[in-house]
Design a protein around this ligand. Structure first.
Ligand SMILES: Nc1ncnc2c1ncn2[C@@H]1O[C@H](COP(=O)(O)OP(=O)(O)OP(=O)(O)O)[C@@H](O)[C@H]1O
Ligand SMILES: [Mg+2]
Length: 369
């Protein structure tokens, strides 16, 4: 079927491009995926909207947008997908292409350093293609400006020459659908954000949803599990399918080597303790951030850069990876004066909070950045 081969081609293109573009670090609890993991991930990716577990709202919104486009016989509006790493942005981008039976072209913001790079990609598109730009917030400014025009008018101005003699030659682009993914929607310039017809915000997953994801993956990987075993993995997966799938594989290893291969609750607990994933799913980085905040800075407020240096991580990693989950767990708050630990953070570390909360004069706590 045309749709299947398009999806298979899209899949292959995606894998190749992901390997090429993304240099990744990996630990058992880190949220990024490395090369080997990407191969496994692609085997575990849902292929259709119906197969996607959770994200009810985004799924329903997206299905409406796509169905409307299909019934009009037009390309879909541009789609922006935002949310922390590992929640399914790339998965949804691939599904959009598959549902539209359209070829998927893949690139990423950091790969587009000049407007010329983008012009080359855009001019190679065919009508109806889905262009996926991962990490779209990291594109260069001139490329961004070129993209505005392409998204709105399906045209780019290619500048030939330099200085006063430079001329802009307009180039028609066939109608296409841009799917942008970003972990930092706040960093996208307004004009770019406004040109997306639909923005899907992916949320962390509930434990029950992760449980279904773990069960589905266990089925695909032919791992025998007991209900309490998958539930334990789900609880400790930090609300993130990528982590759920990874923990499942580590627990499977443990079950095979230390036991009879069956993932029971006891085996899951022992394995996850071994890999330093705690009962609420906090990983090493999350705990390092909380410990620095409480033990080194008395609970804050402390600036993001200082906090990042204290845990020996990049600012972006702390902000995009650790913080969203800690904020969601109610352990960290972002205030105008910096990051502060909440009472829940102190409690989680088994410490008692200072008598006067350091941020008690802050009436408003910022949920976003
Ligand atoms: N809703 C879901 N149901 C089942 N599995 C999912 C779902 N969402 C994500 N996954 C699984 O999680 C893994 C990671 O998802 P994906 O690569 O789409 O995340 P991402 O948001 O693109 O992350 P990043 O920001 O790091 O690029 C995939 O292999 C997929 O199998
Ligand atoms: Mg991705």
């Amino acid at each position: 079927m045309a749709q299947e081969s398009a999806a298979a081609a899209a899949q292959a293109a995606l894998e190749a491009a992901e390997l090429e573009f993304l240099e990744q670090r990996t630990t058992v609890t880190g949220v990024d995926a490395d090369a080997d993991e990407r191969v496994i991930e692609s085997a575990l990716r849902p292929r259709t909207l119906d197969e996607v577990i959770g994200q009810e709202r985004v799924r329903e919104q997206l299905s409406l947008v796509l169905e409307a486009a299909r019934s009009r016989g037009r390309t879909s509006d541009h789609v922006l997908l935002s949310g922390p790493p590992g929640l399914g942005k790339t998965t949804l981008a691939m599904i959009i292409a598959a549902e539209m039976a359209a070829p998927l072209r893949l690139t990423s913001g950091p790969a587009i350093t000049h407007a010329g790079d983008l012009a080359a990609i855009l001019s190679g598109l065919n009508e109806g293609d889905v262009l996926f730009v991962d990490e779209i917030h990291r594109m260069s400014r001139p490329a961004e400006e070129m993209l505005y025009l392409a998204m709105e008018d399906f045209r780019v101005d290619v500048v030939i020459g330099k200085g006063p003699g430079a001329t802009a030659i307009p180039l028609e682009i066939p109608p296409f659908t841009l799917v942008g993914a970003t972990t930092r929607a706040g960093l996208l310039p307004g004009p770019l954000r406004d040109r997306f017809g639909f923005t899907g915000h992916l949320e962390f997953y509930a434990a029950a949803e992760l449980d279904l994801i773990v069960k589905r993956s266990a089925g695909l990987l032919e791992v025998e599990t007991l209900a309490e075993g998958t539930a334990e993995i789900a609880l400790r997966s930090r609300g993130t399918p990528r982590i759920a799938n990874r923990l499942l594989r580590r627990v499977r290893d443990y079950a095979q080597v230390r036991s009879d291969g069956v993932v029971s609750r006891d085996i899951a607990r022992r394995a996850l303790d071994l890999f330093e994933v705690d009962e609420t799913g906090l990983d090493r980085l999350d705990r390092a951030v909380l410990e620095a905040l409480c033990l080194k800075f008395g609970g804050g407020p402390v600036g993001l850069s200082t906090l990042a240096v204290a845990v020996g991580e990049e600012r972006e990693t702390v902000e995009e990876v650790a913080e969203p989950f800690l904020v969601r767990q109610g352990m960290l708050a972002r205030t105008p004066r910096g990051r502060v630990a909440t009472a829940a953070a102190w409690a989680h570390l088994g410490l008692s909070a200072p008598a006067v909360a350091p941020y008690s004069d802050e009436a408003t706590l910022f949920g976003g950045s």
